[in-house]
Design a protein around this ligand. Structure first.
Ligand code: FES
Ligand code: FE2
Length: 368
């Protein structure tokens, strides 16, 4: 199928499909996973630096030392002030003569001490905000939301959780498309869960925010995995799946059979135009023993490494790629198309963007 342009449309379910959609949407709204539907107008103009970006897994971070992190080209240092038990962040460039600060020490007063000449920086030098949320650290320069989005069932007593991280040689945009793509498992995950049986009962959902702008897309389908995965799924041949992508950097998927649910949530942190860190949360109410948890982690890592192989093959972002891609689309990939619609607003925070943000920050604070 050859396409150069396409009309955006909302799929309106009929009959039971409509009822199922209303119930699903209602549950999600009540749970705070998504805003209510409204009139669709266009993508939300949230910049990455105004959203919450995951920058680390909390239990992996030694609280006695500073941490070097990066959101796009913005160099940051995060550290914990033991006196107030809060995480602080500032630019990872000393305001004196430019040393990296993450190689400095945290003082007894909870300040960070530059290794070059010993200047100290504290809460008055705060740049952006840090939040511990569902086992991960998030950073935002000027958040438009009070907290990062929640992972379904993360705090539910019947569910166990674990975290993984993996660097992908691909843009945040390609990682976002991949998260809503139902066509690649047959090829990329054939040694994982993929089968040649196409997904059935595919439904695509658009969700809008308070300003009626496209903010999230959803996708539900039934999937017949390969024999190996059916065995792990206690001989259930078909799973019911739901994927959600929330602009700009969060996506989760749920795989269900009977009352068993596995949620795989993904927070994306761009490290370069073609490099993205995946912070992965697994949340499940089966295989909940410590052995079961480890098995789920190994399984998830195996599957994500298969994605890694494909992400490594993605062409670099740039005008050539933009001129060529999406001139062909596969059947029933509305949600990928809608992610593309949102991604037209996305800009990788490159050095020019970061410089502007920093200059505004210091100007607003009247710092010379
Ligand atoms: S460069 Fe940091 S105190 Fe001089
Ligand atoms: Fe995949």
């Amino acid at each position: 199928m050859e396409r150069t342009e396409r009309t955006n449309r909302m799929i309106l379910p009929r009959g039971w499909q409509r009822t199922a959609t209303i119930i699903l949407g209602w549950i999600a709204v009540v749970q705070g996973w998504m805003p209510s539907k409204g009139v669709v107008t266009g993508p939300a103009p949230t910049s990455l630096l105004s959203s919450w970006t995951c920058v680390g897994i909390h239990r992996h971070m030694d609280e006695t030392v500073p941490h070097r992190v990066q959101v796009g080209d913005m160099p940051l240092v995060l550290w914990r002030d033991p006196g107030t038990d809060t995480w602080l962040s500032t630019v990872n460039v000393c305001k004196h003569m430019g040393s990296r600060l993450d190689l400095g020490k945290i003082t007894d007063q909870g300040r960070i001490k530059c290794p070059y000449h010993g200047l100290e920086f504290g809460a008055e030098d705060q740049f952006g905000q840090v939040m511990v949320h569902e086992g991960k650290l998030f950073w935002s320069h000027d958040p438009t939301e009070p907290a990062p989005p929640r992972i379904p069932f993360y705090h539910h007593k019947d569910y166990v959780t674990s975290h993984l991280e993996l660097d992908m040689d691909a843009s945040l945009t390609d990682c976002a498309y991949n998260s809503m793509d139902v066509h690649h498992p047959e090829f990329v995950h054939r040694m994982g869960f993929g089968s040649s049986v196409p997904p059935t009962n595919l439904r695509h959902y658009r969700y809008t925010d308070r300003d009626h702008q496209l903010h999230r897309v959803g996708l539900s389908f039934d999937y017949q995995s390969n024999a190996f995965m059916q065995m792990l799924n206690r001989n259930h041949d078909v799973t019911h799946n739901f994927h959600m992508y929330l602009y700009p950097s969060f996506t989760w998927s749920r795989v269900s059979f009977q009352t068993n649910h596995l949620i795989v949530a993904l927070n994306l942190c761009p490290l370069a135009p073609d490099k993205t860190r995946w912070y992965v949360t697994l949340c499940h109410n089966y295989y909940t023993s410590s052995l079961g948890k480890e098995m789920m982690k190994i399984l998830a890592l195996t599957i994500m490494n298969q994605d890694h192989s494909q992400m490594h093959l993605q062409a670099a972002e740039g005008p050539i790629k933009h001129a060529v891609t999406f001139r062909r689309v596969l059947d029933k990939e509305d949600s990928v198309w809608w992610v593309r619609e949102m991604m037209k607003q996305y800009q990788y925070p490159d050095v020019n963007v970061c410089e502007q943000v920093l200059r505004h920050h210091y100007r607003d604070r009247a710092e010379r």
